[in-house]
Design a protein. Sequence first.
Length: 160
Amino acid sequence: MALLRGVGVPCRVHGFTIDKKLQRGAMTGIVYKNAPENIFHSWVEVYLEGVWYELEAFILDQQYLSRLQEINAGCRGAFCGYGVAVKDFHNPVIDFNRNNTYIQSEGINQDFGIYDCPDDLLKEHHQEMSAFKAFLYRNLGRHLMNYNIKKIRNQKASVE
């Protein structure tokens, strides 16, 4: 948001929680087991030419999506896992072309609404977890999750 505002793009933040199941595969092992059932999350909304656009597909690039689709080739329709929760797994909207982008919208279980300032959102809502779990997530969990995503993204496509 700071970068967007720095170049004159009006923006705001939309807060919510997602179901833990949405992260299965991106989070694994002890990280997934110890994750809260409701994971605090948000997306940024930008104001462009008189329209607010919701930009939510921030970890999902085409390379990662293609690998997930290959790994889950039998999936038709809705999908939930690996950081993705969509109605149409083979045609999710992830690229911005004056449209909303969604990759986790089907996993929302509590909507906190729109805030002009992230600090205001975080004053009212935040991730509930012990100081110990927060320390473990910050120093181990998120790194393992990023490692899993990078590993999936960089897998070679299978040869048929």
